[in-house]
Design a protein around this ligand. Structure first.
Ligand code: SF4
Ligand code: SF4
Length: 438
């Protein structure tokens, strides 16, 4: 694609990067067929190619964002399906990141939209605040429909509907500690316990610690780590995202220097995509560039790490698992076969639902900020999953777990919970009521 940026504009390294991304796009439109918003809405401006044109026009003309650009960029899920599809290697992820930061700097959103986004940014990344908010949401749940009557309040309706009826108690695994290997030690890793996940489903990190320590891996939960920054990063809140990234880089580098780390284990693929990008996010910060690169190189999804440990094949189980690959897993991190192979080796029959490349509509805060599109994607995803008649659904991202669970009665677990059970751990609570099991 031809671009017309001035030398003065290109002196800004962020604009120069955006320009080099734009130049790679050859307008072929292959990406449109696999874009969930184009497939759902049928509008070129809600396709990757349409958004690329909007971003180009805005940046090239040095214009502040306007309502049209904001509408179509806000509708983008950042699912990165277009990145997987694009034959020209267009780095849409960093282009849309830049566009979102530009929107945040140059566009004044309507009051309720600003308020909702500020609430999400102030609550979701902090487990104690998130837990308190979910407790309040349970009280507000009966009034969810009232919020839905006013367009600007629909995100609050979505929040109330997504809040679980019952919260699991806080887990000791979320606290800083070193969990010793229970067999001969063969590795040492740090575990990111995360923010929203540690409140909604602490069983995921509990299963991770049990499985890894049984396999001879020492697991450290370092003091001071926190949210990876992805939630605010996708809102264009660059400074807040960089603050979170720098804090985690400091914590993990301290741990690397103190005891050495073979990997930084992440159990939410949305967080994994962002942490693997820390090296890029902090590349222009001389104090952090090298440290962030080290951290990104060590970041591993739990399933990615487990595939390096040669787990023994297990006896077949009478249980069919529908494997839902989160967008951040298959498109963001390009991890595709590993989780399925692990489940199969653990004795499960694995089925892949149709249209596996399409997002379930969760996408960080998308199911709150864009509830209508999100609901359509959820129905489509659930229909495809239920068509394979699974006993259980497995995935690697808490956002997908929450989203899909709100649309089906089939139990949904993190892949590592099934693996922990298959390799000698506790049977997951959600499976205890199932008649069919190994
Ligand atoms: S990230 Fe997803 S929703 Fe956004 S343009 Fe690409 S395919 Fe479409
Ligand atoms: S597939 Fe790639 S090159 Fe083709 S229009 Fe989409 S982003 Fe541009």
């Amino acid at each position: 694609m031809q671009t017309r940026f001035s030398d003065e504009q290109l002196a800004d390294p962020k604009v120069a990067e955006a320009e080099s991304i734009l130049r790679k796009c050859v307008h072929c439109g292959f990406c449109t067929a696999t874009c969930p918003t184009y497939v759902t809405l049928g509008n070129e401006l809600d396709s990757p190619r349409g958004r690329i044109y909007l971003i180009k026009d805005m940046l090239e003309n040095g214009r502040p964002a306007d309502e049209e650009v904001v509408t179509h960029i806000d509708r983008c899920l950042s699912c990165l399906s277009c990145v997987t599809t694009c034959p020209s290697g267009v780095d849409y992820m960093h282009l849309v990141d830049h566009a979102r930061a530009h929107i945040e700097e140059t566009y004044k959103r309507p009051f309720m939209n600003r308020f909702t986004r500020a609430v999400l940014a102030a609550v979701l990344p902090y487990p104690a605040r998130f837990r308190a908010a979910l407790s309040l949401a349970r009280l507000g749940r009966p009034f969810a429909g009232l919020f839905g009557r006013v367009s600007a309040l629909k995100p609050f309706e979505a929040m109330l509907k997504l809040a679980p009826a019952r919260l699991p108690p806080a887990s000791s695994v979320s606290k800083p500690a070193t969990h010793a290997a229970s067999t001969e030690k063969r590795g040492r890793v740090a575990l990111l316990t995360g923010c929203a996940q540690s409140v909604l489903a602490p069983a995921i990190n509990e299963a991770t610690v049990r499985l890894l320590t049984r396999l001879g891996i020492e697991v450290v939960v370092p003091e001071g780590e926190g949210c990876c920054g992805s939630l605010v990063h996708h809102m264009g809140r660059e400074e807040q995202a960089l603050f979170e990234a720098r804090r985690n880089v400091d914590v993990w580098c301290r741990e690397i220097d103190a005891g050495g780390l073979d990997a930084i284990i992440i159990t939410a693929s949305g967080c994994g995509t962002t942490i693997k990008d820390y090296g890029h996010m902090l590349a222009r910060d001389p104090a952090y560039a090298e440290k962030a690169e080290r951290v990104s190189a060590l970041a591993k999804d739990i399933t990615e790490y487990l595939t390096t440990l040669d787990l023994a094949e297990q006896q077949r189980k009478d249980m069919t698992v529908a494997y839902h690959s989160a967008c951040s897993m298959q498109h963001g991190q390009q991890i595709k076969a590993g989780p399925k192979l692990l489940l199969e080796a653990a004795g499960f029959t694995v089925r892949e639902p149709a249209e596996g490349h399409l997002c379930c509509g969760s996408a960080g805060t998308y199911n709150i900020m864009q509830p209508e599109i999100s609901a359509k994607l959820k129905s489509r995803k659930v229909k495809n999953i239920e068509a394979v008649k699974p006993d259980v659904i497995a995935t690697g991202n808490i956002g997908c777990i929450t989203q899909i669970a709100s649309g089906t009665a089939v139990p949904i677990l993190h892949t590592v919970e099934l693996l922990d059970w298959a390799y000698g751990g506790e049977k997951p609570e959600k499976l205890k009521a199932l008649k069919r099991s190994a």
